[in-house]
Design a protein around this ligand. Structure first.
Ligand code: URA
Length: 272
């Protein structure tokens, strides 16, 4: 490859000797040259101060580019290491994020976000819909009338609310007890998934249509879904839906149906 005068200066500056075959050096004797002569520059035109200046500028530019590249590579490497070193998801991190959450408008009307309660290593996780008025005030799920029914349901399984982990699909109370909007459910969905991943229960019991449909990505009626065993796709954990405790307050005759669903839960817990 032909090397021009400026490039030769650069190579020399970098400590790389430039030499040419004898036959290529114009006017060079073929015999009896010293070794020095083998390294004589191949000068098509004399190396002027101008050429030296250009060469040194080019060299400076190349060095700068190399330094920038290196810095960028180091930055990427540090970022990778940071990701590897980042602590795994933790309860305190999640709790802080929920406490400061502004993902949807409900943060403007809530008194407290309602994170979840119970045994963080529970085998059974209960997933409800949304905090009501009482829950909003006490920052704890299922503490109102529906909560009292849920306690009875758990009692029938030989459990208390502190043996299981209880959370809702959304963490903030929708004003006037209205149903959560699809956008609110979506904005909150990551928190529940992270709770499920942290608890790693052996079974999820969804109570009511909202949590059941959301976790099963289903549009079917709760009356069709309840009492059957599904798998929660994101965590691969078995999931059984039943009616919401608040529904039992309105329709106590369905307690029998829920009782049957709970027997299924009991059986599954005993077998797993
Ligand atoms: N209903 C729910 O779904 N969750 C609560 O926390 C209270 C009532």
């Amino acid at each position: 490859m032909a090397v021009n005068a400026r490039q030769k200066v650069i190579l020399r500056t970098m400590g790389i000797p430039v030499w040419a075959a004898h036959r290529d050096i114009p006017g060079q004797k073929k015999d009896n040259e010293s070794t020095e002569q083998l390294f004589e520059p191949e000068t098509e035109r004399p190396i002027t101060p101008e050429i030296r200046r250009e060469a040194s500028q080019e060299l400076e530019q190349k060095t700068e580019q190399k330094t920038e590249q290196k810095t960028e590579q180091n930055r990427a490497l540090r970022a990778d290491q940071k990701i590897e070193r980042a602590p795994a998801d933790s309860w305190s991190l999640l709790q802080d994020q929920v406490n400061g959450c502004t993902n949807c408008e409900l943060n403007l009307s809530r008194t407290n976000p309602v994170f979840g309660v119970g045994n963080k290593q529970a085998s059974l996780m209960i997933v409800g819909e949304a905090p009501g008025h009482d829950e909003d005030l006490k920052a704890e799920p299922f503490v109102g009338e529906a909560g009292h029914v849920l306690d009875q349901m758990l009692f029938s399984l030989g459990l208390s609310r502190y043996d299981v982990y209880i959370a809702n699909i959304i963490k903030c109370h929708p004003p006037n007890n209205r149903k959560p909007l699809a956008s609110e459910i979506e904005a909150c969905s990551d928190y529940l998934l992270r709770q499920i991943n942290l608890v790693k229960p052996r079974l999820i019991l969804t109570v009511g249509a909202v949590s059941t449909k959301k976790l099963l990505h289903s549009r079917e009626l709760i009356s069709e879904l309840r009492g059957k065993v599904f798998t929660h796709q994101e965590s691969s954990i078995p999931l059984v839906p039943t009616y919401h405790p608040a529904y039992l307050l309105r329709k106590p005759t369905e307690k029998r149906t829920v009782w049957r669903d709970l027997l299924l839960v009991k059986k599954m817990m005993a077998e797993s």
